[in-house]
Every structure is written in C-alpha cells, then in structure tokens.
Design a protein around this ligand. Structure first.
Ligand code: GLC
Ligand code: CA
Length: 535
C-alpha cells in the first residue's frame, strides 16, 4: 500500500483552537492546550487534525479575518508553539492541517491599510471600484448580516469588494503580486512541517463581469498552480477543498478531465462532499435511503488520485445552500423549528441536538461517513455528543468549550469566567456529557466511535474500494458493497426506528468478529452491520 497517499485512508478530526483546551488560565483555548491533548487524539485513533485559523486576527469572523498570515494569534501562543504542535503531533503519528484563507484578509491587515492609502506596492492588492454596481450577479453569502458585496472606504473614497463580512476585503487575484505572496504563505507553514491545508472559500478568488464570480476558470488555474508548487516541494502534503458548490462545480476542483475520471487530478487532492451532507440528515429523518442513493448516483466519478472528505458537522452552520428551496424548507421545519436555530441558508446546531441526543443515530451517522466513499472527519465534541447553545450569536453556539470532565469549566480552563461559556444545561451540560465519563463507560458513544475508527482501519475497502448499492433491501436500509483488492465489505445501515429484516450472504461481522451464515438477519432500529464477505 506504499503508493497510496496517507490521506486516502486517514480519519480526520477538526479542532477549534479557541475552544479545545486552555493551558494558561485566560479562558481561551490555545496551542499548548492542544499539545496537552494530543494523547487524547491518539487514543481516539485519528490520523490527522485540521485546526481552524490560528493566525493573528481581530476575530470578526472568528479568525477567518486574518491580519498576518505569518504568525500565530497571541491568544493561542507563538510560532514556536505552533512548531512544537506539529513536531509533537508527528511524534505521535498524527498529521496537522491548517486553514488557508486565500480569498480575503481582515480589514486590519497592513496590506489593506496600505491599499486604502494607495501605498505601493499594495495599491491594487484589493478589488476597488468607483461604483458599487459591478459584479451584480454574485450572490451574498452572509445574508443575515450583509446587504451588498461592496463596502465604501472613506479613506480611499472607493468601494471595495468582499464576499463575506464587510471587515473581510477580498484580495485581488488579478494582481500577480498577490498570487506570488499567497504562494509564499503556502510555503511558509509547509516549511514548518505542516501536512496540508483546508482550503477556505476557494470558489471566490477571481471576479468577472457577467458571471456569478464563483469557480471561474481563472480561479481553477491559480489553484492548479498552488497544487504544482506544493507537489514539487512537499509531495506528501494534502490540499482539502472547501467549495460549497453544485456537484459538477465541486468536481471541477479535483482537476484532471471532468469528463474522464481516468485522467489524474491536478488541482486539489480532497474535497468536502457538501452535497452528501444534508442528504444524510434528510435520509435519517425520513427513515429511508433515497436521498443518499440519489445524491451519490449524481456525484460524478473522481480521479483515483483524489478523495472526498465526508462530514456531518463543522464550525459553521449546517448549510442548505445546495438543496432545493422545498428541501430547505423541509429541513428547517424538521431540524430548526425555532428561528434562533437558523442562520443564513442553514442551521446553526450541533450533531447531538439535531439527532435528539440519540446515541444510536449519532453512531449510525458516523458509520455512514466512514463507510461511504471518502475520508471521514469528526468535529470536535461530536465524539461525545456535545450540545450547542443557540443563545450565542453567529456560529458561536456550535463552538463552545470541549467538555473534558465534570470539574468547573469542564476541565477546559481554570479561568474564573470564560468568553464563550461551557454548556451547562441538564441534558448536554458538562457534568453529564464529558470525555472522562465516557472513557470510563465501555458502552459510551466515545468508545463506540473509537471502535469504529479501529475497525475502519482494518477494512481498507471502506477507504479505497469502489461502491455498488444493494437495492434488494427494505427502503429503510441503505446497503452497499465496497470492494478493494480481493476484500469485499457489505455495509447495511438501518435508517429507521423499526427493526428491518435483511438477507445476508455468508460473512463475518466486522465489529464483533462473529461469523454469520447466509439467511435472514434482523437489523435493530438505527443499527448497522459491516459484513466481511466470505462466500
Ligand atoms: C468558510 C469558513 C467560515 C468563514 C468563511 C469566510 O466558509 O468555514 O467559517 O466564515 O469561510 O472565511
Ligand atoms: Ca489560553
């Protein structure tokens, strides 16, 4: 298996640095805190983690508004701390991805401050205009807060372009200096030993009149250039694409030839499967497999040197941009009955509350992202079924401190008060839901997911195999075959709250090791069975 890149068989984990572990008692999670928890990640069994932005930032968009690409936010530590994080993770066999925000900076970034004053070389580093009516076909992404993609700057007496918050001016990729400088950023962290990037908001790099300014050919050309530069010097590094786009546009980020999957990808190695994610939630609520089967049938094949990344939740709202208006209304109705639970075109809730705190479905949804094609990523806290706090603004409610134990502040911090409070309600509060309690209980969600990770690693067909649906099953059962190099796994998932009878060929239950003979098999509500075919 030596020619298979590590990320094709890896289990990923997402860390929100502000909320993972505070090491110095200031109430803010930091890098030394993450280092202190690396053994936890190793015990859980993850191979790699992505850390959301760690750069200096005024934090209007919680770090996605970067004020210096070459340093660490003082709340989180120093460059030396970051270096130590990478080294200590590597010493445990864990890889590290950081966020790479190419599209924009903070308005506090010295480049933008210089650009406002027309100071060279920064004069044309941002997208300036005398009028605010260019690029009218570009949608507004932060619908709840922004009314235009243009903002007036009183110093320069011009408008500047921004796809996200007003305080996040877009860089001007038509300027070769910007292109060069961002490649320097890419190299800087890889030189420290970083293993790759989660490529933030890549569709928006270039703007062209008469288009929606998303996924333009110029944008793909630049991303291919990033890939070439990375591959030449850091052949093991991975670029993971965040493009919340329609399926065909999503496929384009792998590069190669969209019409011919045998042509190797030459753009981003991996991509979040944004189309699959909401369909998993539709299927489990409806108790039947059609939404998942439909979307995977419509998913274009990708080159062999690429990989999807399958996910359930992350630090953002559960986005419903890529479903029909009817589906969105249904999802809001089912999963976000209270207006406070909605944000932009999505749902700002965590996995456990979305699934009514039912550990069977939380485990089943993880089984789906593990068994379907793609490398799975776990959002911190979902492995213990953490809750959310819909009373906090923006997406902060799904970014609350990690619940380590039942001591004050959940073992997250020794501070007297926390900027983001720990969840302390009767159901999801840290006294009940925490890592220590679940580690002590062999039947807990944490132990179940830990076992799942171990089994997954013993079944390379789940990471690498091809996919064929097994249609001859009750509608509530999503069943498929994954096959890779003589290894065949049959995976059955009961999406409903009633037992289902399925017909099995002979095989071995991968979870228990038990041998099962051919015949009828009763799959309990929300249970799954991964069968190693022996017949
Ligand atoms: C991505 C991030 C999101 C951020 C946005 C702007 O979508 O996931 O948190 O607000 O990009 O950088
Ligand atoms: Ca701290």
């Amino acid at each position: 298996m030596s020619s298979i890149p590590w990320w094709k068989t890896a289990v990923f984990y997402q860390i929100y640095p502000r909320s993972f572990q505070d090491s110095n008692g200031d109430g803010i999670g930091d890098i030394p805190g993450i280092i202190a928890r690396l053994d936890y990640l190793r015990d859980l069994g993850v191979d790699a983690f992505w850390i959301s932005p760690h750069y200096p930032s005024p934090r209007v968009d919680d770090g996605y508004d970067i004020a210096d690409f070459y340093n660490v936010h003082p709340d989180y530590g120093t460059l030396e701390d970051f270096q130590r994080l990478v080294d200590e993770a590597h010493a445990r066999g864990i890889r590290v991805l950081a966020d790479l925000v190419l599209n924009h900076t903070s308005d506090q970034h010295p480049w933008f401050q210089a650009s406002r004053r027309r100071q060279d070389p920064y004069t044309d580093w941002y997208v300036w205009s005398d009028t605010n009516d260019r690029y009218r076909n570009a949608r507004i992404i932060f619908l709840d807060t922004e009314s235009s993609n243009w903002a007036w700057d009183d110093v320069r007496k011009q408008y500047y372009w921004h796809r996200f918050y007003t305080q996040q001016p877009d860089l001007n990729y038509d300027n070769p200096q910007v292109q060069e400088e961002m490649l320097n950023v890419v190299r800087f962290w890889l030189d420290l030993g970083l293993d790759g990037y989660r490529m933030d908001a890549v569709p928006y790099l270039f703007e062209r009149e008469g288009t929606n300014c998303e996924s333009l050919p110029e944008t793909h050309a630049y991303l291919k250039r990033v890939r070439r530069e990375v591959e030449a010097t850091y052949p093991d590094a991975v670029l993971l694409c965040e493009a919340n786009q329609p399926l065909d546009d999503l496929r384009a980020y792998f590069g190669g030839d969209p019409a011919d999957p045998s042509v190797p990808g030459d753009e981003l190695h991996m991509g979040f499967h944004f189309a699959l994610m909401p369909r998993l939630f539709m299927a489990i609520k409806r108790g039947e497999r059609t939404p998942i089967v439909d979307i995977l049938r419509r998913t274009p094949p990708i080159p062999a040197n690429c990989q999807w990344c399958t996910f359930l939740r992350n630090h953002d709202e559960l986005t419903l941009e890529m479903v029909t208006p009817e589906e969105r209304a249904w999802m809001w109705d089912q999963y976000a009955p209270e207006p406070r639970m909605r944000l932009n075109l999505g749902i700002r809730r965590r996995l456990a509350p979305l699934l009514d705190n039912d550990h069977r479905t939380i485990e089943l949804m993880h089984a789906l992202i593990f068994a379907l094609p793609g490398s799975p990523i776990i959002y911190y806290g979902d492995e213990i079924g953490m809750g959310d706090n819909i009373w906090l603004p923006d997406r902060n409610g799904v970014r609350t401190p990690m619940q380590w134990d039942d001591s004050p502040n959940a073992g997250f911090s020794t501070a007297a008060t926390l900027p983001t409070p720990v969840i302390d309600d009767p159901i999801y509060g840290y006294r009940r839901v925490n890592v220590a309690a679940q580690q002590a209980d062999p039947d807990s969600l944490w132990h179940r997911l830990r076992r799942m990770i171990r089994i997954y690693k013993a079944l390379p067909a789940l990471a690498l195999g091809d996919l064929a649906f097994l249609e001859d099953q009750p509608p509530a059962v999503l069943a498929f075959r994954r096959h890779w190099e003589g290894d065949t796994i049959l995976a059955y998932h009961n999406l409903s709250d009633r037992p289902q009878t399925i017909f099995l060929p002979p095989g071995q239950d991968a979870m228990s090791g038990q041998t099962l003979s051919a015949g009828d098999y009763r799959l309990p509500p929300y249970a799954y069975l991964w069968l190693r075919a022996t017949g």
